[in-house]
Design a protein around this ligand. Structure first.
Ligand SMILES: Nc1ncnc2c1ncn2[C@@H]1O[C@H](COP(=O)(O)OP(=O)(O)O)[C@@H](O)[C@H]1O
Ligand SMILES: [Mg+2]
Length: 249
């Protein structure tokens, strides 16, 4: 059967090959990042209780490109489903929050700490002044740390829903241990790119279900926006700069 292209970015493509999904990285993609992605995925598989595609192989092809082969999950991403059924938006957001709370109920001692990662990212942030970086670090220091499993990029295009409604979570490369509200603040920002209504619905449901004060979650937003800028995703830049500016004066 011919390979079917499922997804393409400048640095990687995802293909379907029968019952397998192959993430093929571009030639100069750092080896350590590929191996790290496979390692984190394997650790998530070991935790149990979270549906995620099984990693089957990590290979290097004749062109010098690394690839991660996983089991192919038949279904639609939650992003596709939300676009196709806008009237079911609330139902989907609720399922998404419940799934994220299941993830937050787990821990995985071998993963890195979110707080350490955020410090590194703020120090790397070239978009703001040294004074602002110091200010962000002071604010970060005052926030509570925790050891909950955080996906780190929890958004509808990283969830595949099968025909029986099972939700599979993909793309664990940013997973770490930290404060659930920091993870939720990141999801809120990512949802703002889809629409303000869905983002607000998400924040309401997350705060209601976890008995969290919205103002507490909102305190994370500028900090998370600053760290998210280091991923250099063009489509997120304007929104993130807006949130960073709230803190950066
Ligand atoms: N195992 C899989 N089964 C089915 N589709 C997949 C699988 N892995 C990835 N995809 C598809 O490829 C897209 C990108 O994969 P992802 O792992 O999220 O890569 P990226 O790191 O570039 O976001 C997903 O949104 C999904 O549509
Ligand atoms: Mg993804």
């Amino acid at each position: 059967m011919a390979r079917e292209l499922l997804f393409e970015r400048t640095t990687k493509s995802v293909y379907r090959d029968g019952d397998k999904a192959i993430k093929l990285f571009c030639k100069d993609f750092p080896k350590a990042e590929v191996l790290n992605e496979a390692l984190i995925s394997a650790r998530i598989e070991e935790i149990g209780g979270i549906h995620t595609p099984i990693t089957l192989a990590v290979t290097l092809d004749e062109n010098g490109c690394w690839a991660i082969t996983k089991e192919y999950i038949e279904g639609k991403t939650l992003e596709q489903l939300i676009k196709e059924n806008p009237d079911k938006m609330e139902e989907y957001v609720e399922q998404m929050v419940d799934l994220q709370l299941t993830i937050h109920s787990k821990t995985c001692p071998s993963l890195g700490k979110l707080a350490d990662k955020m410090v590194r990212q703020i120090n790397e942030l070239t978009e703001v002044s040294q004074a602002s970086r110091s200010d962000f670090l002071v604010r970060l220091e005052s926030m509570e740390t925790d050891v909950k499993l955080c996906h780190g990029d929890f958004q509808p295009n990283n969830i595949i829903v099968t025909t029986d409604g099972t939700m599979y979570v993909l793309d664990w490369v940013h997973a770490c241990l930290g404060n659930a509200c920091a993870d939720a603040a990141r999801t809120y920002l990512l949802l703002c790119l889809i629409g303000q209504e869905i983002a607000d619905k998400y924040m309401d449901l997350f705060c209601d279900k976890t008995d969290t004060d919205r103002r507490y979650l909102q305190q994370w937003l500028p900090l998370v926006a600053a760290t998210q800028l280091t991923k250099h995703r063009q489509e997120e830049a304007d929104l993130l700069h807006k949130w960073v500016a709230i803190c950066d004066y």
